[in-house]
Ligand binder design. Sequence first.
Ligand code: ATP
Length: 234
Amino acid sequence: MLELSRVSASYGSVPAILDVSIAVGEGEAVGLLGANGAGKSSTLRAISGLLKLSSGAVRFAGTDLAAMPAYRIPELGIAHVPEGRQVFPEMTVEENLEIGAYVPKAKAARAQTMELVYGIFPRLAERRRQLAGTMSGGEQQMLAVGRGLMLKPRLLMLDEPSLGLAPVMTDVTFEKIGEIHGMGTAILLVEQNVSRALSLVTRAYVLESGRIIMHGTSAELAGNRQVQAAYLGI
Ligand code: ATP
């Protein structure tokens, strides 16, 4: 469904990703792992059109994304939940969710999708009138994911969803992502919490200095000595 072929991109003269090739199948959950600055967020930005490609191609369900303006990409069913949540703090939970359904197809189904999101995240339903900026980090993360789901995405890209969360909220977040995946949504997950990520995804790619240095099934990567030493503290 999603295919990156030899994608390179940079910020001015600073290279961010080099020759990155990854694929995510329909309904699949795939991880993107690596240390700080390895290029994980940049890969997601290259997919959602926020970072211009210098070479290579990104295709989604047969469409060439590089040829599209960034604002059209969500219409294809790609939701990007950025690092740091970025909810609108002065708006209520419900208003934040409404904004998530901004493409015509999602807007038509807004009320129904919102009930689905509230079903997955009952905490958001309880807090629907609360200003997003007054919620805890974990609740804001749920809201950011919920807002992404309002697009009715075929692919949900999550950038460091557990960043800064207490262990109990990390557990809840991963449980919810698993639930969303179980409903048939494909997931592309960027995570520094490698052991948690590998328990959720079926395959993962490891990035280092902008390049893919390894990929395999979760079991293969969890058993790989290099991965164990670098990311699993074994
Ligand atoms: P992190 O988890 O720390 O966000 P990452 O793996 O997501 O790491 P990226 O954020 O994609 O890494 O960064 C890849 C490279 O691009 C790094 O060298 C980084 O310094 C650089 N970079 C990222 N954003 C910018 C920017 N806005 N301007 C210039 N360079 C950037």
